[in-house]
Design a protein around this ligand. Structure first.
Ligand SMILES: Nc1ncnc2c1ncn2[C@@H]1O[C@H](COP(=O)(O)OP(=O)(O)OP(=O)(O)O)[C@@H](O)[C@H]1O
Ligand SMILES: [Mg+2]
Length: 262
C-alpha cells in the first residue's frame, strides 16, 4: 500500500467513525427528546388529574353547601312560616275562643322573632356581614371571639397584612380555610389552643396555623383527605398559593399556606 492509498483508507475510516458518532448522537438526542416528551405528557396528565380533582371537590362542596342551605331554609324558615300561617288561620277562625287569642298572638310573635333570627343566621353563614363591611381582619377577630367566649378552645390571632388590598371574594376564601382548620382542630384534634399568624415575607402573604391537639400521622396513607381538606386545597389554588402540613400523633398540627392578595 502506497502513501496515497493509506491516506484514502484513513480518511475512509475517519468518515465511517464520524458517521457512526453522528448516528449515535442523533439516536441519543431522539431518545432523550422522546423521554422529555413522555415526561411532559405525564406531567400534563397529572395536572389534568389534579384539576379534575379540584373541580370535583368544588362541585361536591357546592352541592353539600346547597344541601345544607336547603335544609336550613326548610327546617328553620319554611316550617316556621307554616306555623305562623296556621296560627293566623286559627286567629281568623270563628271557632277560636276570644280568650285564647292573646296566647295565639304571643305564639305568632315568638315564632316570627325566631324566624327573623334564623334567617339572619343563615345569611351570616353564607357571607359574614362583618367581612363585607369591615374586611377579613375584623371577621377573623369576630370568629376568634366567638370561639374564645365558648371557652372550649383558646385562639390567638396576630396579623400584619392589610387584607383590604384584596377582593371580598379572596378574603372570604381565606376565612373559609380558617373555619375548616378550626373545625378540624376541635373535631379531630380536641385542641385547647390554636395560634393563627398572618404576615408578609418574601413577597408572599403567609399564614401559619398551629394547634396543640391530638394531631395525626401525616405519613399515614390511610388517613384520607375529606371534603374539608380538598376544599382547602382548591381555595388555596384559587388564591394562587401553596401549602404545607405537618403533624404527628399527640403533637398537634402545623399548617402553613401562602397566597396572593391581588
Ligand atoms: N387538626 C387536626 N387534628 C387531628 N387530625 C386532623 C386535623 N385536621 C385534619 N385531621 C385529619 O385529617 C382528616 C381529613 O380532614 P378533612 O377536613 O379533610 O376531613 P373531615 O374533617 O374528616 O371531614 P369533612 O371536613 O369533609 O367534614 C381528618 O379525618 C383527620 O383524621
Ligand atoms: Mg374537616
Amino acid at each position: 500500500m502506497n502513501n496515497k492509498e493509506e491516506f484514502v483508507y484513513i480518511i475512509f475510516y475517519i468518515l465511517v467513525f464520524l458517521i457512526l458518532v453522528m448516528v449515535a448522537i442523533i439516536l441519543f438526542i431522539t431518545k432523550s427528546r422522546k423521554k422529555i416528551f413522555e415526561k411532559e405528557i405525564e406531567k400534563k396528565d397529572l395536572e389534568i388529574k389534579l384539576q379534575k380533582d379540584v373541580l370535583q371537590a368544588t362541585i361536591l362542596s357546592q352541592e353539600t353547601e346547597r344541601n345544607r342551605i336547603a335544609q336550613d331554609l326548610h327546617d328553620e324558615i319554611s316550617s316556621k312560616l307554616i306555623a305562623i300561617s296556621l296560627n293566623l288561620h286559627l286567629l281568623q277562625s270563628a271557632k277560636t275562643k276570644v280568650d285564647s287569642k292573646p296566647e295565639i298572638i304571643e305564639n305568632i310573635i315568638q315564632i316570627n322573632q325566631n324566624t327573623i333570627e334564623n334567617s339572619r343566621k343563615i345569611a351570616h353563614d353564607l357571607l359574614p356581614p362583618v367581612l363585607e363591611k369591615f374586611g377579613l381582619e375584623a371577621a377573623i377577630q369576630e370568629l376568634v371571639l366567638h370561639y374564645n367566649n365558648s371557652k372550649s378552645v383558646a385562639i390567638k390571632f396576630t396579623n400584619t397584612i392589610d387584607f383590604k388590598l384584596s377582593s371580598n371574594e379572596k378574603q372570604l376564601q381565606i376565612f373559609r380555610i380558617l373555619q375548616e382548620l378550626i373545625n378540624n382542630s376541635i373535631k379531630h384534634g380536641k385542641a385547647s389552643q390554636i395560634l393563627i399568624n398572618f404576615k408578609n415575607s418574601d413577597q408572599k402573604y403567609n399564614c401559619w396555623y398551629t394547634d396543640n391537639g391530638l394531631g395525626f400521622d401525616a405519613s399515614d396513607q390511610n388517613i384520607k383527605k375529606g371534603l374539608g381538606m380538598r376544599n382547602i386545597e382548591s381555595r388555596i389554588d384559587f388564591l394562587n398559593g401553596s401549602y404545607t402540613i405537618s403533624s404527628q400523633v399527640n403533637k398537634g398540627i402545623q399548617f402553613q399556606f401562602n397566597f396572593d392578595l391581588v
